[in-house]
Design a protein around this ligand. Structure first.
Ligand code: COA
Ligand code: ZN
Length: 307
């Protein structure tokens, strides 16, 4: 079976927007459950302004504990600027992700920089991270639609993706930040992006706002993409992008991929333990589109694995 590679972004993209404060210990417990489920790559936290995102204020305490407990885990952290990189490096981060939005207004709202400045800062941050021996990812955010400017220019997405690739980013992550993409658009854009970024370094980050998360993931699979961001239980959303609802749920992605002949190495039962835990922490029901069915099956058989 062909493998797909999943990065669970729940500890960062999932938690950053939650009103209920989640303790460092609870974040570690969530990561513990993800690792137990077979997840090999996690976006652990972000080193951003604690005023902008209070939920990520404990990044400096979280990273060393994650490194100590799971030395084999691929753990990345989001950094918006050189100050973020400095803090991440001081905490022992091994991989960082820069975030570059494909429109002027989204960069302003998210990181208080225009597009040109955001591009320059992303390139400088990548160069500095490489000089420190860190691995890197680069998000190209609002790569389909921007909540402020409408449909994003494909040429701009291609230009920024190529720049991030030229800057040496290990992985370029094309992000549908507000979950507005359609499968046809995903197919078209990923087919175009793979001409400027090798498929082995190309990832997609999807949200499920309009119920098209899984269909979009399938379109990306058909375009040859094998690297996916998803969030267990579908927890997520960007506080600076109005209308951004939950991420594509990891359990939906895993179920779809495994039923379609791909292997993920991830156990859905294990994900369900993580969801139950996150649900208790956030005091609300969580889970993707498949959750009701997964729960019924689990109750019937006392456990479910996708064939
Ligand atoms: N981590 C922590 N503090 C930071 C920081 C970082 N990465 N970057 C800047 N700061 C601090 C500065 O030291 C300064 O602190 P002070 O007021 O105590 O002097 C303050 O933040 C303002 O610095 P400035 O450079 O003017 O930043 P800003 O106000 O223009 O904000 C960002 C820019 C990038 C720091 C802020 O917009 C941010 O953190 N955005 C993150 C958005 C996010 O997480 N989005 C979701 C993920 S995509
Ligand atoms: Zn996201």
């Amino acid at each position: 079976m062909e493998q797909i590679f999943v990065t669970d972004v729940a500890p960062r993209d999932g938690l950053q927007n939650q009103q209920i404060p989640v303790s460092t210990d609870a974040k570690l417990e969530l990561i513990d459950k993800l690792v137990a489920a077979g997840v090999q790559s996690v976006e652990t936290t972000s080193f951003v302004s604690p005023k902008a995102v209070p939920q990520m204020a404990d990044a400096g305490e979280l990273v060393p504990q994650v490194n100590a407990r799971w030395p084999q885990l691929r753990s990345s952290v989001l950094v918006p600027n050189l100050k973020g990189l400095e803090r991440a490096h001081a905490a022992g981060a091994k991989e960082i992700a820069v975030v570059l939005s494909a429109t002027e207004t989204m960069n302003r709202k998210n990181i208080n920089m225009g597009l040109n400045e955001a591009l320059e800062v992303s390139e400088k941050t990548l160069a500095a991270a490489h000089a420190l021996g860190l691995k890197t990812r680069a998000y190209v955010a609002v790569a389909f639609e921007c909540p402020f400017e409408g449909e994003t220019s494909l040429d701009e997405v291609l230009r920024l993706s190529a720049r991030m690739h030229a800057a040496g980013a290990g992985e370029i992550v094309i992000a549908d930040t507000i979950g507005a993409a359609s499968p046809a658009q995903v197919k078209e854009r990923m087919n175009a992006v793979k001409k400027v970024v090798p498929l082995a370094q190309l990832a997609i980050h999807l949200h499920d706002t309009r119920g098209m998360g899984v269909a979009n993931a399938w379109a990306a699979l058909e375009a040859g993409v094998r690297r996916f961001d998803a969030s267990v239980g579908g927890i997520g959303g960007c506080p600076f992008a109005p209308g951004a609802a939950g991420n594509l749920a990891t359990e939906d992605l895993v179920l779809m991929a495994e039923r379609s002949g791909f292997s993920t190495g991830i156990s859905i039962d294990g994900l369900m333990d993580a969801i139950a835990f996150a649900s208790a922490q956030l005091q609300r029901p969580l889970g993707g589109r498949s959750m009701a069915w997964l729960q019924r099956e689990k109750a019937k058989r006392g456990g479910i694995q996708p064939e």
